[in-house]
Design a protein around this ligand. Structure first.
Ligand code: UDP
Length: 333
């Protein structure tokens, strides 16, 4: 099977590319650019082609879709700080480019895999959320919600195309995935702070919670879905259901790095840290019973172990060692 992966050099894309190649598949990896580290990781594989380009480039996409058997569309803007500042670009990439890719695939009988997000549930207070729970969002003049709305619109479009018989797909809604090479989210922010001997900046009072899902657990679910004989034509919640407050997360990261939490954490209001066009989500918790029943999937890596892996990896990379640590490779397989 020859997979086209958009956003292949990103956080999830880089892990998935390696996993598919290790499983003997062929990958066309599309991204804006490729780091030396990623190129080194791929050096052992001959069945990968790297293509530098944008998902907004229609003619490039058209050629790549033609030469692939299955499209895995990961390219997206997913960092709240970024999508609050750049809502137009966020909508262009997350909505318009995705619609264009679906249009290329319609009636081709080539399946699409799409990564949606827990953000589609917005701030629904009734956690945990199963796949068909309500979406509760804020107003359209608050930029935060443009990400949720773009991703949800693509879900609607994929369901609509499936219903008219023009598209087959599989998809997941990701709940705060973290691990080596993550950028622009709370876990890498905290780990970067302790490694750089800076104070951890907690937004608000730190009581807001997330359920953190280790990258290997997510990759296991995606790999299962994209190598299945038939697409499932629905979205699954993929996320740990262990709730952690940002205060607890900050303390755990301090403990891993040997720093004293009482002097290493500062608190900054959200408006100051991210800007006025932001609204936080107090709790975000999945119910993953559908994934367990249908795919046999459940999270396996606890937060303490996942944070340790990510911390060790980041530390090693900062010290100039380019290759991935053996410990991490073992978990990745
Ligand atoms: N956050 C924080 N410090 C940071 C980055 C994020 O306290 O340096 C908070 C953020 O305000 C939110 C939570 O951590 O309450 C999770 O943020 P993230 O950026 O990972 O994305 P989200 O889960 O909100 O999509």
């Amino acid at each position: 099977m020859r997979y086209l992966i958009t956003g292949a050099a990103g956080f999830i894309g880089s892990h998935l590319t390696l996993k598919l190649l290790s499983g003997g598949h062929e990958v066309i990896a599309l991204d804006l650019s490729f780091s030396d580290e990623f190129r080194q990781d791929l050096a052992h594989f001959s069945s990968v082609s790297l293509v530098s380009g944008s998902v907004l480039d229609q003619s490039l996409l058209s050629k790549l879709v033609d030469t692939s058997d299955y499209v895995i569309h990961l390219a997206a803007i997913a960092s709240p700080a970024y999508y609050v500042k750049e809502p137009k670009r966020t909508i262009d990439i997350n909505l318009n480019a995705s619609i264009a890719i679906i249009e290329l695939l319609r009636f081709s009988r080539k399946p699409l895999f799409y990564t949606s997000t827990s953000e589609v549930f917005g701030k629904n207070p009734n956690v945990p959320w199963s796949e068909d729970d309500d979406r509760v969002l804020g107003p359209t003049n608050i930029n935060r919600w443009c990400y949720s709305t773009s991703k949800a619109m693509i879900e609607h479009y994929m369901y609509a195309c499936y219903q008219e018989g023009s598209l087959d797909f599989s998809g997941v809604r990701i709940f705060n995935c973290y691990g080596p090479r993550l950028q622009g989210r709370v876990v890498d922010s905290f780990i970067d702070s302790v490694i750089s001997q800076k104070q951890i900046v907690v937004h608000g009072d730190g009581s807001q919670t997330r359920c953190f899902t280790y990258i290997d657990d997510l990759i296991r679910a995606i790999y299962f879905l994209v190598t299945k004989e038939k697409p499932v034509n629905k979205f699954y919640n993929i996320g740990s259901d262990v709730e952690t407050s940002m205060n607890n997360l900050a303390e755990m990261v301090c403990l891993i790095s040997g720093q004293d939490p009482s002097s290493s954490i500062v608190y900054v209001p959200h408006s100051e840290a991210i800007g006025a066009s932001y609204e936080d989500i107090p709790r975000r918790v999945p119910c993953y019973s559908a994934a367990l029943a249908d795919l046999g999937w459940k999270p396996e890596v606890c937060l303490k172990n996942g944070l340790q892996q990510m911390y060790d990896y980041t530390l090693l990379r900062r010290s100039g060692v380019k290759s991935r640590p053996q410990k991490f490779n073992e978990i990745d397989e």
